[in-house]
Design a protein around this ligand. Structure first.
Ligand code: C2E
Ligand code: MG
Ligand code: MG
Ligand code: MG
Length: 283
């Protein structure tokens, strides 16, 4: 069967497909030069411990300041970087920059917190990932326990490979989180067996937790399961007080979201260290 037979004339779409391909290629070429042109920067979003209201961590989030397009969203360029392999050098830059920033704050005398860095599939599958990260940390002088690597459920699809990688990373001493938990493939079997430390509940569940009783059930079940499995649990995307109260009732450990702060520049983030507890928290 060709497309015509099924009532679709593919020729109508050719110019559109070509344009998309051209556009993508352009973006890919720009991406290739972005590192050397220093067009990337990191924003940091605070992570708050709900029991004490203290700042306990931050997630590093990548931004690309394109000279013509302006700010390009990671949702747009990370998949391209992943496909063409550029994610590896870009990811190395993110890791080094986030860890160096964290070390700088420790040297400045601030209470140590953990920095979370997102890993992509290709980065995670690098044969000597643990050795490489170990090298970065040694040179920077940052204790591995202040680094958290966020992976997604889909990266554990190849169970043996994932187990091996995670075991090496745990030996190094870094923290491991499962990001966007609940949206991907997950089996209770892997949760039981993989050497991980934390589940981050996807923000799609948190967003409607007060309106949708199914979401409430999911958030409460993930939190309770995490407690039983002795995993830490963090809620993403907390935007209001009602969601926060719900999470505290569930004894969720930590939270992150616009209610506390949007992702912000390092300079602005630094001010958060001076506050005994994070604003927006009811006493
Ligand atoms: P993620 O790791 O799940 O990060 C959380 C995303 O939710 C961030 O979007 C953050 O800005 C947003 N967010 C945080 N709190 C709230 C909230 O209360 N409400 C709403 N609506 N959104 C909130 P961002 O920065 O656009 O990043 C999107 C995704 O891009 C990230 O999702 C992550 O998967 C990926 N990403 C970002 N930086 C990196 C990186 O350095 N490396 C890799 N591999 N992926 C990255
Ligand atoms: Mg993340
Ligand atoms: Mg996430
Ligand atoms: Mg997410």
């Amino acid at each position: 069967h060709d497309a015509k037979e099924q009532g679709v004339d593919i020729r109508r779409y050719v110019p559109f497909i070509q344009m998309k391909a051209k556009e993508r290629l352009k973006l890919e070429n720009d991406l290739r030069r972005a590192l050397e042109r220093e067009e990337f920067f990191l924003l940091y979003q605070p992570q708050v411990q709900l029991a004490t209201k203290e700042l306990v961590g931050m997630e590093a989030l990548l931004r690309w300041q394109h000279p013509k397009r302006g700010l390009v969203s990671p949702a747009e360029f990370i998949p391209i970087a992943e496909e063409c392999g550029l994610i590896v050098p870009i990811g190395d830059w993110v890791l080094r920059t986030a860890c160096r920033q964290n070390k700088e704050w420790q040297l400045a005398g601030y209470r140590p917190i953990c920095v979370s860095v997102n890993l992509s599939m290709r980065q995670f599958l690098q044969p000597n990932l643990a050795g490489k990260i170990g090298g970065f940390l040694k040179r920077i002088g940052l204790d591995p326990r202040y680094v958290d690597l966020e992976i997604t459920e889909s990266m554990t699809m190849d169970k043996e490979k994932a187990f091996e990688q995670l075991t090496r990373l745990k030996e190094l001493g870094v923290y491991i989180s499962i990001d966007d938990f609940g949206t991907g493939y997950s089996s209770l079997h892997y949760l039981k067996n993989m050497p991980i430390d934390r589940l981050k509940i996807d923000r799609s569940f948190v967003a409607e937790v007060m309106e949708d009783s199914n979401n409430a059930a999911i958030v409460s079940t993930i939190t309770s399961m995490a407690h039983h499995l002795k995993l830490k649990v963090t809620a993403e995307g907390v935007e209001n007080e009602e969601q926060l109260q719900f999470l505290r009732q569930q004894r969720c450990h930590e939270a992150q979201g616009y209610f506390f702060s949007k992702p912000i520049r390092a300079q602005e983030f630094e001010r958060l260290f001076l506050k005994p507890t994070i604003f927006g928290m009811p006493s």
